[in-house]
Design a protein around this ligand. Sequence first.
Ligand SMILES: [Zn+2]
Length: 435
Amino acid sequence: MRTSSVILVLVVLIGLVAGGIYYFRDTDGPVVSLAPEAGPVSSSKPLLLMVEDRDSGLRRVTVRLNQNGRDRVLLQQDFGPGQRQLQQQIELKGLKLKNAPFTLVVEATDSAIYHFGQGNTSQRDFAFAYDSKPPRISLLSRSHNLNQGGSGLVVYQVNEEVEQTGVLVGERFFPAFEQEDGRYLCLFSAPWNADSKGMNFRVIATDLAGNTRKSGFYHHLNSRRRNHTNISISDAFLQAKMPDFQDRFPDEQNLVDVFLKVNRELRQANRARLKEIAGKTASEPLWEGAFLRPKGSNREPFATDRSYRYKGRRIDRQTHLGVDIASVAQGPVVAANSGRVVLAEDFGIYGQCVIIDHGLGLMSLYGHLSSFEVQEGDEVRKGQEIARTGATGLAGGDHLHFGLLIDGLPVNPVEWWDASWVRNNIDSKLRLRVD
Ligand SMILES: [Zn+2]
């Protein structure tokens, strides 16, 4: 063979290989995904379609919906060169779907030259159940007597599986907890700081398809009288306490400014953390009966508005959301009820602090301790000694700051110390069963 023929054959071969590589370069169809991709859906929740072809780009996407043998096209879109991705909401609103299963069929073709120029086509079928009916809520607890800043318990049932349920008080949501027998228990509060007029109470339930039911319940609300007190901030107090906090606020030179940062920002941060800690609660009651009131004298009622005065001038206002109890220095502190320790550490304004979870979002907090004998995860019994009082954190002298929380929101502990209140408002409802 002559050299020129050899070159010609080589060129043809290279051409064939290159053409083959080009032809077989993209033999995969576009990647199709849908969120959610199965399960119950409603018109309140659009589906999110994602189609992607990284190699050659998209040519055409078709979405068809089939219910009871009826087929309709929801989307048909052609693409110009270079479009590799489609992100599209598929609305079910206005389609007049029946409460029954349906299928979404997504067909996507890329612009590859494979299949003699037809490109690669992917098809995915997604099976759903259309559900437009909100859940039905059946209340088992009848009367709900509430004091502002206090607690309440609602017991109810829901006729289907739910994504979220609980009590809504104004904008504040309190989660309910499903029990083994299917009942839902929800501890909630008439928040200490909410306006008692127009405070709305609703049981709310959202099913897996996104349908929401809100239903009211009978209640009686006693608004609270606001208490007020003055607290003098002395130089001796600032010099004794502020060095503990100064490294948190290194920009503040003046001790009064450090105090204001602690009293405002650190207090806020600590309250936000209480809401996070609420997520660690047990889904069943761990407590039993009334809570033990710590021994000693009560210095002021729950949710007292405090004016902080320095050299006669008011420098700050805050609401004190616990009860301060003073007895002997380094006196014993016992668990007010049974539960599990969810925090035992230095905790901002509360100093050395222990928080016990009693289940259903109910927690007790013990602040300003000089020492504690428990650690996170420990189970404790009602009356068990857990700590000693002290003056750590933002405390002027040795005392116990006792707090009760529902879903991280401080509530008035006085009710929970009262055996007859607990019997009438909590225990009698916990026993409610379906008849
Ligand atoms: Zn206190």
